[in-house]
Design a protein around this ligand. Structure first.
Ligand code: NI
Length: 255
């Protein structure tokens, strides 16, 4: 049994064959999938999918790319949607200083605000950090963002950052890019992190692991990421599956 802790099933990439995607996930032993609605136009669809399938849950919030679109209607709408019992976390929120689709000052402000909203809703947070490690850590600390737990999704920082986040009570989620040829330095980090703090994710339709790199990613492929973690840590695949599943159930409060 495995859990894909982060996918985007509401994205148009899955509109045509969602049933097939979910069937393949089931056949691959993916017990639960957490689908992340990152902007207004995706929230309802994410919730709709979660309502249709017992093994799918939703995560809602405003992605740093879309931080500039937040207006006075955004938080009231999220407050309402997040009351739905299928919503298990708030996100993904954070900073993306690589693409910079929203101005940095706005990203910083909206990140802080959304940590506050997640706390109000008593939901764990899902954090997106791309090339903004220092600023992300500063905000997580100063906002005491760990109160309801959370996940650093698609982790890309160094070992020191990973350990700081783990000390704050966050889980580190490993994406499919760990299977890429240039992921050697990341392997060294994962080797030294406790399995008890790790999750696996696809971020589907993005970041497709080897051997399907170049194609659309989907939840069934989370198996390749878990297999790579097992190989790096020199432990059985079953152990990785068991512990990361338990970790996910704990952070999303399904235990
Ligand atoms: Ni994502």
């Amino acid at each position: 049994m495995l859990i894909d802790s982060h996918a985007h099933l509401e994205m148009p990439d899955f509109r045509k064959d969602l049933e097939g995607v979910l069937l393949r996930a089931k056949d691959s032993g993916i017990e639960y999938i957490f689908t992340v609605g990152t902007e207004k136009k995706d929230w309802k669809r994410a919730l709709e999918i979660a309502s249709l399938y017992p093994n799918i849950y939703a995560i809602l919030g405003v992605h740093p790319h879309n931080a500039k679109e937040i207006d006075e209607e955004t938080y009231p709408a999220l407050r309402k949607l997040c009351q739905n019992e299928k919503v298990k976390a708030y996100g993904e929120i954070g900073l993306d200083f690589y693409r910079n689709h929203s101005p940095r000052d706005i990203q910083l402000k909206r990140f802080r605000e959304q940590i506050g909203l997640a706390k109000e809703l008593k939901l764990p947070i899902v954090v997106h950090d791309r090339e903004a490690h220092q600023e992300t850590l500063e905000i997580l600390k100063s906002e005491k963002a760990w109160e309801n737990g959370g996940i650093i999704h698609c982790f890309s920082g160094d070992e020191k950052m990973a350990k700081t986040c783990i000390d704050m009570g966050f889980y580190i989620s490993i994406p499919g890019s760990i299977t890429y040829k240039n992921a050697g330095p990341f392997h060294e980090i994962v080797k030294r992190l406790p399995l008890e703090s790790l999750l696996v994710e696809t971020d589907a339709p993005f970041l497709t692991p080897v051997p399907f790199r170049g194609k659309r990613n989907e939840p069934s492929y989370v198996r390749y990421t878990a297999e790579k973690v097992a190989e790096i840590k020199k432990i059985p695949f079953e152990k990785v599956a068991e512990v990361t599943t338990e970790n996910a159930l704990r952070v999303f409060r399904l235990l």
